[in-house]
Design a protein around this ligand. Structure first.
Ligand code: NAP
Length: 305
């Protein structure tokens, strides 16, 4: 027989790990499944400065702490990819390793990264999506960051401590990043902000990135920027495959249309964190969703017991 858990959580980011903490404290059996690495996007954040009570902590440390807290409370945590979820009583969660039965399921599947989709970017040395992971390879060299959000600015500030010079390239003339980050970047002597500019192509030498072909979107002027690395921080796309396979509606952008109660139209299936359609995607709101979804899932399990 397949192992049964009161609550199966899909996704090991802040929403999923918070859900595990709440569900274990409520005495439910919990299985958390993650396909790649724990902590979600936060794990690659150089510095988290807006989590209440922790004025400054690295994303990796915060992810470790969340993981440790869920594990020490008795959540079973596995690195397995969920391939399919079948509705029913119990629900059936099929992974690349096996299958589990679940009283309730929490989808905390988050987002996957968007790329610029430039010709030749796949596998080219010098193209990266994680400044914390790869920044040290470009110590003392010139690097660029593409994007105008909080991730791009945090990455650029992190790289400015390591690299000789960093250029932040953004397609519009205003940034969506928090003003405090934009102000910090503007003060850095070795960080140049290049708004209204798009990366049109990559130049390489010996299988490594050597420069970027740029175009100013206002003047149409083309230019060339020699760099050893391009860090792409152009946002994420929702991981809506599992929701769609369960028949759960997603909005035009692919986010699960669940309200503040995190309940989806499929009874016993909840959506928590960045995958849920909402206005504010932050660490704190992901954790809040995890708590709300877990407590609602606990109520369903108790009603059935
Ligand atoms: P984001 O806020 O969605 O920003 C993505 C950036 O990439 C935007 O500036 C966007 O430009 C640009 N972009 C998108 N597609 C592009 C394309 N095809 N070509 C060029 N540029 C493109 O993503 P994020 O920065 O990763 O942040 C995700 C969420 O996490 C946000 O809610 C953010 O606030 C949160 N976060 C918070 C912190 C924090 O410390 N508070 C840190 C990291 C992330 P446009 O602006 O023109 O759309």
């Amino acid at each position: 027989m397949e192992p049964y858990f009161d609550i199966v959580i899909v996704g090991g980011g802040p929403a999923g790990l918070t859900a595990a903490i709440y569900a274990r404290r409520a005495g439910k059996s919990v299985l958390l499944l993650e396909k790649e690495s724990f902590g979600g996007q936060i794990a690659s954040a150089p510095k988290v400065e807006n989590f209440p009570g922790l004025p400054a902590v690295s994303g990796a440390e915060l992810a470790d702490r969340l993981y440790g807290q869920a594990e020490s409370l008795g959540a079973r945590i596995e690195l397995e990819e969920v391939l399919e979820i079948r509705d029913g009583t119990p629900k059936r969660v099929v992974t690349d390793y096996g299958a589990y039965a679940a009283g309730a399921v929490i989808l905390a599947v988050g987002m996957r990264r968007r790329t610029l989709g430039l010709p030749g970017e796949d596998g080219l040395a010098g193209i990266s999506y994680c400044a914390v992971c790869d920044g040290a390879f470009y110590a003392g060299q010139d690097a660029a960051v593409a994007g105008g959000g909080n991730t791009a600015f945090q990455d650029a500030l992190y790289l400015a401590d390591i690299c000789r010079h960093v250029t932040l390239i953004h397609r519009r003339d205003s940034f969506r990043a928090d003003p405090i980050l934009v102000a910090q970047a503007a003060e850095r002597g070795n960080l140049t902000l290049l708004p209204s500019t798009v990366v049109e192509g990559l130049e390489s030498a010996g299988g490594r990135l050597s420069g970027l072909m740029l175009r100013n979107t206002e003047t149409g002027e083309a230019s060339h920027l020699p760099v050893s690395a391009l860090f792409q921080a152009v946002g994420q796309l929702p991981e809506s495959r599992l929701a769609q396979s369960l028949g759960i509606p997603v909005d035009g952008a692919g986010f699960i249309a669940a309200g503040e109660d995190c309940a989806t139209p499929v009874p016993g299936v909840f959506a928590a964190g960045d995958i849920r359609a909402k206005g504010v995607r932050q660490l704190t709101t992901a954790c809040a969703d995890g708590a709300v979804a877990a407590l609602a899932a606990c109520r369903i399990c108790s009603q059935r017991a």
